[in-house]
Design a protein around this ligand. Structure first.
Ligand code: DGJ
Length: 724
């Protein structure tokens, strides 16, 4: 550490400068692009330059935005920590007792013996350049202490003037919205017991009109799957910050003497544009030991193909077609267990329904396995239908305010998995099915928000304990069944966060598979989640959730970048149609290594109907881009598309990778014609990024994929065949 107490930590392209001499707790003076070498004199000067001036009508020593700003040190904005002992209003006045530095990590320990509290704040710059904050509070007093909030604060530069967050609903998750950042507090909360369909996947603030390619922007995400809060605030003294943490319900976190509350990890990222900001999150995911490394199996999910209409013959013939198309994993969705003929009954009775499956699941699983595919099965372990044996036998396991069950949602209630017997029952049910059958994958659903989430007997709030229970349950099942993969689904994408993704291998991004909707949803889910963890499926020609009809090329070209799959009754396809689907699956497999390890990029194009996104290989020798037109273009021809993320000094050839779109003007487009004639245009990455090429004239709601490949030193290029 630098002598004067100003510490410069740098890693993964990010710098953080912390002044450890500020009153109370240390203060982050800077968080953003790496500062390079800094001298002691520089750091001293920065610390001195950061001391605010005393002003009239205010406190004598202006408060600082410390790691945990509190009223006891003069802070009058949103406090980072609140709580009470038996109703008392005392704010702790933490004093640092120890500062430890270790590589790219600073651990601050502080206490207030009079308040009976100790605080630990750990700041870590991860290899990916994320700033992780892990905060914990311990009750060192002699009686109970209730923690009401413990939030991680991330300072924003003065230039941050615009906010990006998300809203949404079932079938339209992560819909972006923008606001000006002005004085006051902008607060997003989840009180749904899960992040929710309307949750923001992160809270970002940046320079005016920041985009994917440009504009300095910072964002925060909290790794937690229950109630949460995100704040962006600007104080009257001009401090700007992001804050994130758990939203605790009354008496949910009452600490006995000696016990500790550890807040969920909060992660901060930044970028010159959202592409860079997102790439730090993606690298973070990819650097985790639990990150799936084997190729993501192309998946067929039966839901939109058959819904609850389970018949062995139909499902077997669906499997036959799936295997012929090149699918690698077959997932049997909702409807296989006792009493589950529709969505009104059965949840909780996790036994194969003998009336539908007289010989169990084995005949289907054996068939699927014999075709060379893995088998996956749907569960909704945290839920119970009142019309089930489980609810009748154990009404006390249902989350409720004593004497009143919550308002129903999808005819179901939530089990209290914090009750050990309830937890063990569910663990045993799933474990038995996994032990008796050859099942490699669970689609783990969660189809309702939690309301009045209390223990039926004591009335104590149970959201926090249930999030911990579900993490434990997933971990225990994976330990008992090595290699088991789990998908996090929650009415589509209502549970998407880094907490659940520590235990799962994929998210179901949305129940809406309409490509128009998915383009937005996937772009914004991708601010956090890398493509290999996002379920993206080709639906049927007519979207079940919007009624819009789209060509296969549009449906497939918009899904091909993610964990690819099919959600469609393909049993009725002609051989030719199945072969066309197979071609898309084959194209995905050819590119899968690049798509699932490369850098995701989006171009900032002036026409909102034009969308250009892609994935650039790590070595930047190849890239696959998708150009889509979602409505009619403003100009005609539509103008240029640019290709972000390439190496400026490398020369690349550019070739359409799919030709089965309806193109009004394909024959006149020089670069596409050149590629068709076997002499694709070669341009530098700099020109492709800055000027690009003219977009093909497409009908609205069409996509074309474009391959970009580094020209080999011999002047040869590699081409893939046309995808018809
Ligand atoms: C909601 C999910 O999002 C769907 O994919 C499907 O699994 C249904 N639940 C089944 O009930």
């Amino acid at each position: 550490m630098h002598m004067s107490g100003t510490l410069h930590i740098t890693r993964g392209g990010t710098s953080v400068v912390v002044d450890t001499s500020t009153a109370g707790l240390p203060t982050i003076l800077y968080w953003g692009p790496a500062l390079g070498d800094t001298s002691s004199a520089d750091l001293d000067a920065l610390a001195a330059a950061s001391i605010p001036q005393r002003v009239s009508g205010s406190i004598d020593t202006p408060a600082r935005l410390t790691l945990v700003p509190l009223e006891s040190h003069g802070w009058q904005g949103t406090p980072a920590f609140t709580g009470h002992r038996g109703g008392g209003s005392r704010t702790p006045a933490f004093q640092v007792t120890e500062l430890k530095t270790d590589d790219a990590q600073l651990t601050v320990t502080a206490n207030d013996d009079d308040a009976g509290l100790a605080l630990t704040a750990q700041l870590t710059l991860t290899a990916a350049g994320l700033l992780r904050q892990r905060l914990a509070v311990t009750n060192t007093g002699a009686d109970e202490y209730e923690v009401r909030s413990l939030l991680a604060f991330f300072p924003l530069p003065a230039g941050a003037q615009e906010i990006l967050d998300h809203t949404g609903r079932h079938l339209r998750e992560r819909s972006p919205q923008r606001h000006n950042l002005t004085a006051g507090s902008y607060h997003r909360e989840s009180r749904r017991g899960r992040p929710g369909a309307d949750a923001t996947v992160l809270l970002a603030a940046g320079e005016p009109a920041f985009g994917f390619e440009r504009g300095l922007v910072h964002a925060v995400h909290t790794a937690w799957s229950g109630n949460h809060q995100y704040i962006v605030e600007q104080t009257p003294s001009g401090e700007k910050f992001l804050a994130a943490g758990e939203l605790l319900l009354p008496q949910e976190m009452t600490l006995a003497p000696g016990s500790t509350y550890t807040a969920p990890d909060a992660f901060g990222s930044w970028g010159e544009g959202l592409n860079e900001l997102a790439s730090r999150f993606h690298s973070e995911f990819r650097g985790r030991p639990e990150h799936p490394v084997r190729p993501r199996p192309v998946t067929l999910n039966t839901w939109e193909a058959v819904y609850f209409d389970h018949s062995l013959d139909t499902l077997k013939s669906l499997a036959d077609r799936a295997a012929r198309a090149g699918i690698e994993r077959y997932v049997l969705d909702d409807g296989w267990f006792s009493g589950r003929r529709d969505d009104t009954a059965g949840l909780g009775d996790w036994f194969v329904d003998e009336s539908v499956w007289p010989n169990g699941l084995t005949p289907l699983i054996d068939h699927v396995r014999s075709l060379g595919m893995e088998f996956g099965l749907w569960f909704e372990p945290e839920m119970v239908n009142p019309d089930s044996k489980l609810a009748r036998n154990h009404p006390e396991w249902i989350i409720q305010t004593p004497g009143r069950v919550p308002v129903a949602a999808r005819q179901q209630q939530v089990l209290n998995l914090a009750i050990p017997d309830a937890y063990n029952y569910i663990l045993t049910c799933i474990d038995d099915i996994l032990t008796a059958n050859d099942i490699a994958y669970i689609k783990w659903d969660h189809n309702r928000d939690l309301l009045e989430a209390s223990n039926a007997t004591s009335g104590a709030a149970v959201v926090h304990s249930n999030v911990e229970a579900v993490y434990r349950l997933m971990a225990e099942l994976k330990e008992r069944h090595p290699g088991l993969e789990i998908e996090s689904c929650a009415s589509g994408g209502a549970r998407v966060d880094m907490g659940i993704l520590r235990h799962t291998d994929r998210i179901w991004t949305s129940d809406c598979i309409d490509p128009i909707e998915r383009l937005v949803n996937q772009k914004h889910t991708g601010l956090l989640v890398p493509p290999e963890l996002m379920g993206m499926h080709v639906g049927g020609p007519r979207s079940h959730s919007t009624g819009r009809t789209h060509a296969l090329s549009f449906r497939a070209a918009t899904a091909i970048f993610g964990h690819f799959g099919v959600e469609w009754d393909i049993s009725g396809l002609s051989d030719e149609e199945l072969a066309r689907l197979g071609n898309w699956i084959e194209l995905h497999k050819q590119w899968r290594d690049v798509l699932h390890a490369g850098t995701t990029v989006h171009a900032d194009l002036p026409d909102p109907s034009m969308d250009l996104r892609g994935v650039v290989a790590q070595d930047r020798r190849s890239a696959l881009y998708g150009y889509s037109l979602t409505g009619s273009s403003a100009s005609y021809p539509p103008g240029r598309i640019t290709f972000p993320g390439l190496d400026p000094t490398t020369t690349y050839t550019i070739t359409p990778a799919s030709f089965d779109y309806t193109d009004q003007g394909q024959s006149g487009l020089a670069w596409a014609e050149a590629a068709r004639n076997g002499t694709p245009l070669a341009m530098s990455g700099r020109l492709l990024g800055a000027l690009g090429v003219h977009a093909p004239v497409l009908f609205p709601e069409q996509s074309v994929l474009i391959e970009v490949r580094a020209q080999s030193t011999q002047g040869n290029t590699t081409h893939k065949g046309e995808n018809s």
